[in-house]
Design a protein around this ligand. Structure first.
Ligand code: TXA
Ligand code: MG
Length: 332
């Protein structure tokens, strides 16, 4: 198996059969591509952990076709979690819920909770519906990148990372950063990982205040490790003026090779943009998120060793993007 076309029914069928037989598949979602396995097949799930190089106690998200299928994996779903499902599923939101005993234990990394998400990508949805006809009720899928690296937002990224893997193509991911994760097991919603569904939207929908710990991510979520989402280049977050000032100094430093420097900013530096690798970051957060990971990979492809990224605005719509960039910086 190699590349499958997510817009062909026969290819979706083939992909679902492949998963039902216990194999792994790269699958599109609206956030990032996932490395999928049948969530109820412990051997297949073990292959996800080993392929990704991820510690096996770091739980995986289980993807379901609809909120009804969530009941197969979770129990005691609080009413605020149901409100979130109703408002944001299908979509880029993962809910951590109490796990039904005896199901998806390997996927959940042995934890008593399970992370569930119903993706909005039409190819993911078609795949999940076809899987269901074959008795596969959920797909465990972390982002399809090696542990700690940048998540893939195109089928080509996945192929580059895992050349042996079969991948279902569904085009570039529209959202571009991973889902917002809300822990619903602590009485009040706790945001474990910010994403494009904002803190404000979560709070408004739940109609109860966020748990006070919402700013302190739980250590068990690997997407919340301080050093994560790392490109090869060393990332530094800077304000536009700092970039301007530092460029002035660096470009006059004897022996400095401008082509090793990347600048990814909403504000174009006044000088020297032809000598360095400059790329423009969109001023709109939705557009910025959609291209973020692809741009980090593009800078790596250009051989940049140092990447200066303009600090995103501090408003809530940018929180997920700012979070990923901060972690990319921490990895350097
Ligand atoms: O957008 C996304 O969420 C993508 C796409 C493929 O759906 N998936 C993704 O998966 O980002 P991954 O494995 O790279 O990140 C999932 C995060 C991890 O940080 C994991 O620890 C956390 O979800 N998680 C999953 N189940 C959990 C649980 N039961 N308790 C706490 N955290 C959990
Ligand atoms: Mg990941």
């Amino acid at each position: 198996m190699a590349l499958l076309d997510g817009h062909q029914a026969t290819d979706i069928q083939q992909a679902a059969q492949w998963l039902a037989q216990g194999h792994l598949l790269g699958m599109p979602t609206e956030t990032v591509y996932g490395l999928a396995a049948n969530a109820s097949d412990a051997d297949a799930v073990a292959k996800v952990f080993s392929t990704k190089g991820r510690p096996s106690d770091h739980p995986l998200i289980v993807h379901v076709a609809d909120a009804g299928d969530a009941e197969r994996f979770a129990t005691d779903i609080p009413s605020f979690a149901r409100a979130l499902m109703h408002a944001f599923w299908p979509g880029p939101l993962t809910l951590i819920l109490p796990r039904k005993e005896g199901v998806a234990s390997a996927a959940a990394g042995g934890h008593s909770s399970v992370g569930l998400r119903c993706p909005a990508h039409p190819v993911a949805h078609a795949l999940l519906l076809t899987c269901r006809t074959l008795g596969v009720l959920g797909l465990a899928a972390p982002s399809a990148n090696r542990f700690g690296r940048v998540s893939p937002t195109t089928a080509q990224h996945v192929c580059a990372e895992f050349p042996e893997l079969s991948v279902l193509q569904g085009g570039p991911c529209a959202v571009g950063i991973e889902s917002t994760i809300v822990d619903c097991t602590r009485g009040a919603p706790v945001i474990l990982r910010p994403g494009m569904i904002t803190r404000e939207q979560i709070e408004r929908t739940c109609a109860i205040p966020l748990h006070p710990q919402s700013s302190q991510p739980a250590p068990k979520a690997s997407g919340t490790l301080e050093a994560h989402y790392a490109p090869r280049a060393k990332v530094r977050l800077m304000h536009a003026q700092q970039i301007e000032d530092a460029l002035q100094v660096l470009l006059q430093t004897p022996g400095f090779e401008p082509r090793t420097l990347g600048v990814y900013a909403r504000t174009q530096p006044r000088q020297a943009s032809t000598q360095i690798h400059f790329m423009h970051m969109p001023a709109d957060p939705t557009l910025a998120a959609a291209e973020l990971f692809a741009k980090l990979r593009e800078f790596d492809g250009l051989g940049v060793s140092l990447l200066w990224v303009e600090q995103p605005p501090s408003d809530l719509a940018w929180e997920g993007i700012a979070d990923r960039l901060r972690r990319a910086q921490a990895s350097a």
